[in-house]
Ligand binder design. Structure first.
Ligand SMILES: Nc1ncnc2c1ncn2[C@@H]1O[C@H](COP(=O)(O)OP(=O)(O)OP(=O)(O)O)[C@@H](O)[C@H]1O
Ligand SMILES: [Mg+2]
Length: 309
């Protein structure tokens, strides 16, 4: 079985809100699949369908070749899930994890819990109440919880949410090791930087629709012709984005404009258009490297430019 997750034409509505619209997504075995999208794009909804928390949907969703609709319990035994949700506030970390471990019939519970608490830097906090933990500490408890049953597939909803740089590095390297040992990981994020380092595959979802997907390298290949420029001076972003080949023009924190372009456009063309068409006063102009963050914004802006509001 090459694909661990096979989603075909998945649609899901909450009343009149269409959260997912014909989503088709295959997650290959051993991949670290980054599921990217802005707030409200449909990431959590997709994950809830995968773990059987949302039972009414259209389309076909298979994990390990089994339909999640009918084989939820069996499939879930092989999945670890980190939800974007609260944990019981009054339990200590240890009690909470022991209960989950017991419910899942995990053997050698105490050792497994200790091992994971160590790995995620939580050993000293094991008797603390979950309600008193910081956001990042809670997130790490959630990760331990997801890993307890040594799952073949990890579904992680915003795993790096609230983590400090040290915890983030620790979690990313743990995920990388897990993938190396043959596990498959689907993780969602709206912060691209964190996924950039480890993802092998990516899908970008926007307003319930997948607008890009593929191997990370393929996506970059496809976007190689895209350019990014840093410009300082007097520009009118509203006018600049009317240029057909400009996909975005945003002011950065240093007061410079970051302009991204698509197609085979050279920098002379852009400069000429800015000066001749819009009478812009340019003080600084330089090309920059196109990043995963740009790819994400590009796909979404491209989508918006097509008039897809
Ligand atoms: N229980 C619900 N009832 C009604 N609408 C919902 C419900 N859950 C989600 N939605 C709507 O469905 C859409 C997708 O939401 P979802 O939580 O899947 O997005 P998300 O990509 O996880 O966003 P975020 O990055 O903010 O977590 C949004 O428009 C959201 O408002
Ligand atoms: Mg979400």
């Amino acid at each position: 079985m090459n694909n661990i997750i096979e989603i075909q034409n998945l649609s899901k509505s909450y009343g009149t809100i269409k959260a997912l619209d014909q989503v088709t997504l295959n997650v290959p075995k051993g991949s670290i699949y980054g599921y990217l999208g802005p707030n409200g794009a449909g990431k959590t909804t997709t994950m809830k369908v995968l773990v059987g928390l949302l039972r009414y949907f259209d389309g076909s969703v298979k994990i390990f070749g089994q339909e999640v609709k009918t084989d939820t319990v069996e499939v879930n035994k092989r999945i670890g899930f980190l939800p974007d949700a609260e944990m019981p506030k009054n339990d200590s970390i240890h009690r909470f994890l022991s209960l989950t471990a017991k419910m899942n019939g995990i053997k050698d519970r105490e050792n497994r819990i200790s091992e994971l608490l160590n790995q995620l830097g939580l050993r000293k906090l094991r008797n603390r109440k979950i309600g008193n933990l910081s956001k990042g500490q809670k997130q790490r408890v959630g990760l331990v919880n997801a890993l307890l049953n040594d799952p073949e597939l990890l579904i992680l909803d915003e795993p790096n949410n609230g983590l400090d740089p040290i915890a983030r590095t620790r979690v990313l390297s743990l995920l990388k090791d897990l993938a190396k040992s043959g596990k498959t990981i689907l993780l969602s994020s709206h912060i691209i930087g964190e996924v950039d380092k480890i993802a092998t595959n990516l899908a970008i979802i926007h307003q319930g629709r997948i607008i890009e997907q593929g191997r990370r390298s393929e996506l970059f290949e496809r976007y190689l012709k895209h350019g990014k420029y840093i410009i300082a001076g007097k520009l009118d972003p509203g006018k600049v984005t009317t240029l057909e080949y400009v996909t975005s023009c945003e002011l950065d924190s240093l007061g410079r404009y970051q302009v991204t372009t698509s197609g085979e456009i050279n920098e002379e063309q852009l400069l000429l258009d800015l000066i001749q068409k819009f009478n812009s006063k340019i003080k600084y102009f330089s090309s920059a490297e196109f990043s995963l963050e740009d790819l994400f914004l590009e796909s979404i802006n491209g989508q918006l430019k097509k008039g897809d509001k």
